[in-house]
Ligand binder design. Structure first.
Ligand SMILES: [Zn+2]
Ligand SMILES: [Zn+2]
Length: 426
């Protein structure tokens, strides 16, 4: 199954009654490079009279990776998650083996059909929430409850960003399909910042003065965390440490769209116009059941290298991000040449560029704005629900980005429905 794209393999093994004595059987297979998840299933069929009981386990290139005896007929192993009884971790390419235990084999033997499916790492859009609280700080949700809500919304990931604590990162459920991104909201009296991607970004969260704050953020960066400045223009807890600190992204959209988000968006635009490349992300900041502050509102969409915490945060670092007010969109696909949001298109290389925008999940009447460093350049009104495409010739600009605005009767005003990061020009 070596060079195939999606590697699937079926092995049929007939087990003779006499093999009960040896009990342990190994079915070797080659695990391809860059596998993201491995799924194993077995079906056991007795030949003739009597019952067959076959145990299941898995061995990687160097060690036993898990054992479920007769308790399961399907298991999976990923980098961060695995079926209970199996160890998540690196999926190193090489010779692995499905382990079978011939516990009970009828006189005429039995037939075991083993299916092996290796899901390769694939770049794709994944969606989730980068800012949530649980019972590990001042929220009410358990991790399982939060995970179940995110899964019911069809989301791929959740970052657990409790205030000044990391105990939630040790309690992430391992047996769900949702990617749990470890995090902590560094919470000071002069501003909040999310530290994402590592279990323990700082050993001591306390920051009383600017020197402390700097050393906390330095430590977080050294430990590999992605730093997001949160709700920077909030009326209650804005970012007051100054913007010349180490950070990777800014939370332009915190919870329901209100004036504080308007101020953050205007500030972000002014930084972009000044030539900075600053990644905008969103987060619900949900703490407890609430009519408007809810998981994945807004949703952060990331073009991720793999469906892992590291793959998702690498996509954020690169700015391959757009935001929508809910998990079902609207979605933004903006390209110039082959460059996607967060990338830089080289102008003047003969081929004169065209920007192509495809939107989905629109409602009739939505306002689509194309924004550059000069401000709003074009405005369209969606003439129907669903999808829309626009294109325009690329002029000498620093970037192009997209906003979708929608009238919400509850608020009696237009609120942001989707926001894309820029495609830069150089
Ligand atoms: Zn906060
Ligand atoms: Zn928060």
């Amino acid at each position: 199954m070596g060079g195939e794209e999606t590697a699937s393999l079926t092995i049929v093994r007939t087990i003779r009654h006499e093999e009960e004595r040896d009990y342990y059987l190994e079915l070797p297979f080659e695990l391809p490079e860059r596998t993201e998840e491995l799924h194993i299933g077995i079906e056991v069929e007795p030949l003739g009279e009597g019952r067959a009981v076959i145990d299941l386990g898995l061995k990687d290139a160097s060690r036993i990776r898990g054992w479920s005896g007769g308790a399961r007929t399907s298991v999976f192993v990923g980098c961060e998650k695995a079926t209970p009884g199996y160890l998540p971790g690196e999926l190193r390419a090489g010779t692995w083996a499905v382990l079978l235990g011939a516990y009970r084999v009828p006189p005429a033997g039995c037939r075991v059909t083993v299916s092996i499916r290796c899901v390769p790492e694939t770049r794709r859009w994944l969606k989730g929430d980068l800012h949530t609280h649980t019972e590990h700080s001042d929220g009410t949700y358990t991790l399982r409850e939060a995970g179940a809500i995110m899964e019911s919304l069809g989301c791929d990931f959740i970052a657990t960003t409790d205030h000044n604590t990391i105990s939630q990162n040790d309690a992430h459920p391992k047996d769900t399909g949702l990617v749990f991104i470890p995090g902590m909201e560094l919470t000071t009296t002069r501003g909040h910042a999310n530290l994402l991607g590592v279990r323990e970004p700082v050993r001591d969260f306390r920051a009383a003065g600017p020197d402390d704050l700097r050393s906390r953020l330095d430590e977080a960066k050294r430990s590999g965390a992605l730093v997001v400045l949160n709700h920077t223009h909030c009326e209650f807890c804005p970012w007051e440490w100054g913007f010349d600190v180490e950070s990777d992204a800014v939370e332009v959209w915190n919870g329901p769209w209100t004036e504080r988000n308007d101020r953050a968006l205007n500030w972000w635009q002014s930084r972009l116009a000044a030539g900075e490349r600053l990644v905008a992300v969103g987060g619900s900041d949900v703490h407890r059941p609430h009519p408007y502050v809810r998981h994945a509102m807004p949703t952060t969409w990331v073009y991720a290298d793999s469906r892992t915490s590291a793959g998702i945060l690498e996509g954020v670092r690169k700015g391959h991000v757009f935001l929508s007010y809910a998990p079902d969109g609207p979605t933004i696909d903006l390209k110039i040449g082959t460059c996607i949001m967060g990338e830089a298109y080289e102008q003047g290389s003969g081929e004169d560029g065209e920007a192509r925008l495809s939107l989905a999940g629109l409602l009739k009447g939505d306002t689509v704005k194309i924004v550059s460093a000069l401000g709003e350049e074009q405005r369209y009104t969606a003439e129907k629900d669903g999808e829309c495409s626009y294109s325009w010739p690329v002029l000498a600009r620093k970037f192009y980005r997209v906003e979708v605005w929608r009238y919400f009767p509850e608020a009696d005003r237009e609120l942001l429905a989707a926001l894309g990061n820029p495609v830069y020009l150089e």
